[in-house]
Design a protein around this ligand. Structure first.
Ligand code: SF4
Length: 309
């Protein structure tokens, strides 16, 4: 994959709509090394908060992108090459972004640093925080998320509860379910109990939808995910690609916009068409040309072909 850019998209996110992404890190810095990670294995496994990209570089890139009068996006999302809360000046970046746009500011996080007061404080300026919690059982947490030594599920859960008390914005909690790892009834019931105490505005159940960092990460079928969803209280939805299929648009995409999309992460043709709001068949013909010319490649994952560049 090409090096990720600081500001990317807008992409049509299954969770967020048309999302302009801001990546405060470089590939791949994370406190976890999840089996299912779509970015690949973690290169810098750490909980050290640092300026992985200079703050001024991020601000400049954002300012330049937002100066485009034709730019259309629904939310601005801090996400990308790892765990965004590891950027030491995330608070300053969120405040800066809020000054530049009236769109909601979202942050994706693996929740691993929410036990730290300064991290919770940094996120208080966001409008929507999308944390994740995949396991409450310590052994399962270690196996699935492979955290930095010393991080434990109970500490993270405490951080999530404290954050809920302090944060006035919305929290959409994502739970990634991996077949044979965290999908047995005892763990699901424990998760459902814990989630009541965290009290998110939404619970979003997901499964392995893209080529994972580690081959042992396998997806759950949609019917099983729906069954699991029924065990949670509150607003709960399944957000796998299959569950959220949308109708595609009518226009034909350009080769360049497809390349911009698939150089960030592999995607199947149906999702590319959806993300670019384009006709599916027209998207297929452009993809075919790109593969013929060697500008895009394909790989198979769970009986689907993913395109990448
Ligand atoms: S927390 Fe996110 S970025 Fe980090 S390893 Fe897990 S899935 Fe990848």
């Amino acid at each position: 994959m090409r090096p990720a850019s600081v500001v990317f998209g807008p992409v049509k996110s299954r969770r967020l709509g048309l999302s302009l992404g801001v990546d405060p890190l470089v590939p791949k810095v994370c406190s976890f090394d999840c089996l299912y990670c779509e970015i690949g294995p973690t290169k810098v496994h750490t909980i050290e908060r640092r300026l992985y990209r200079p703050t001024e570089e991020i601000k400049k890139a954002l300012q330049e992108r937002l100066a485009d009068e034709n730019l259309c996006f629904e939310v601005l999302t801090f996400a990308g090459s790892g765990e965004p809360t590891l950027h030491a000046e995330l608070e300053e970046l969120i405040i800066f972004a809020k000054e530049l746009t009236d769109r909601p500011i979202c942050v994706l996080t693996n929740s691993s640093l929410l036990w730290r007061k300064e991290v919770r404080k940094a996120l208080l300026n966001a409008d929507l925080v999308l944390p994740s919690l995949d396991a409450v059982n310590e052994e399962i947490f270690q196996k699935l998320n492979k955290p930095v030594k010393g991080l434990c599920a109970s500490k993270i859960i405490e951080g999530l509860k404290k954050f809920r008390e302090e944060f006035a914005g919305e929290i959409w909690l994502e739970i990634m379910l991996v077949a044979g790892v965290n999908d047995h009834e005892e763990e699901i019931r424990a998760l459902a109990e814990t989630v009541i105490d965290i009290s998110p505005d939404k619970i979003q159940l997901n499964s392995v939808d893209r080529p994972p960092a580690y081959r042992q990460a396998k997806a759950l079928p949609l019917n099983k995910l729906r069954e699991i969803a029924s065990l949670f209280k509150g607003e709960v939805e399944v957000i796998t690609r299959e569950a959220l299929k949308e109708k595609s648009g009518k226009r034909k995409p350009s080769a360049e916009e497809i390349l911009a999309l698939i150089s960030r992460r592999p995607a199947p043709s149906s999702e590319i068409a959806e993300a670019l709001s384009c006709d599916f068949k027209a998207t297929l013909s452009v993809l075919e040309e790109l593969v013929k010319k060697g500008r895009a490649k394909t790989k198979r994952h769970q009986n689907q072909i993913f395109y990448y560049a």
